[in-house]
Design a protein around this ligand. Sequence first.
Ligand SMILES: Nc1ncnc2c1ncn2[C@@H]1O[C@H](COP(=O)(O)OP(=O)(O)OP(=O)(O)O)[C@@H](O)[C@H]1O
Ligand SMILES: [Mg+2]
Length: 256
Amino acid sequence: MGYDYLKAFLEVQNLSKSFVINKRELNVLKDIDLQIYKGDFVCIVGPSGCGKSTLLGQIAGFEQPDSGGIFIEGQKALKPQTNRVMVFQDFNQLFPWKTLLANVVFPLKIHKIGQNDKERANIARRYLSMVKLEGFESFYPHQLSGGMKQRAAIARALAINSEILLMDEPFGSLDAQSRSELQNMLVQIWQETGITIIFVTHDITEAILLSNRIVVMGRAPVNIKVVIANDLERPRDTGDLKFSGLYHTIYDLLKV
Ligand SMILES: Nc1ncnc2c1ncn2[C@@H]1O[C@H](COP(=O)(O)OP(=O)(O)OP(=O)(O)O)[C@@H](O)[C@H]1O
Ligand SMILES: [Mg+2]
């Protein structure tokens, strides 16, 4: 896969963020430096409350940092833009009153992608088929399973030409089989499109199955404990010795 390690595509530079809770300051992210390369598939693992979602939200531009910043191809990224789009864990990310097709067409219209409605519908159909939702275009969200809704959220992010998918435990609420199907599908999309993915998960196995690098996070002041290269051969096998070796390395890092 063509990730380019020579220059960072997205860079988190010296980023700090605190929140004031009950008049007490909580330093959540402290002096974070992280390089994400074009075509990277970075999984972030870390204990609950260590700041994974906060970091992803900073990268998305949802909130401003206290200091430092996010740079994309050298340009400071100050607000949310279509070049990086978040997919959340929550299944209710779609408009319930719109069909699946209309849900994907809507942001295309907003962002003036496609010449006319027909072209936008074609773009939407192409991405719905990429996430294997062909034939469900006229369904409403309440007629879809959780896994199908997550597929739709991914299709919508891809359709607006997002270059970086930010995923916050997107498969965390799925049953084991759907989760496994979506993991395989995401890896396939990543391989086919060369898109850059930053994926937060609690699940060490998921991080090893998906990523080409794993960021192990802890609480501030040392948020990034280590970044591990994951060059296990694909498709990956959880029964593989190297797989379990990596699992135990990460497990031990998370314990301390
Ligand atoms: N908007 C906010 N206002 C105040 N505190 C916040 C806010 N967002 C996050 N926090 C605090 O920041 C800390 C980190 O939260 P965050 O959601 O980033 O953790 P996380 O690593 O994603 O946890 P989890 O694995 O449970 O999702 C928590 O202590 C949380 O209470
Ligand atoms: Mg979180």
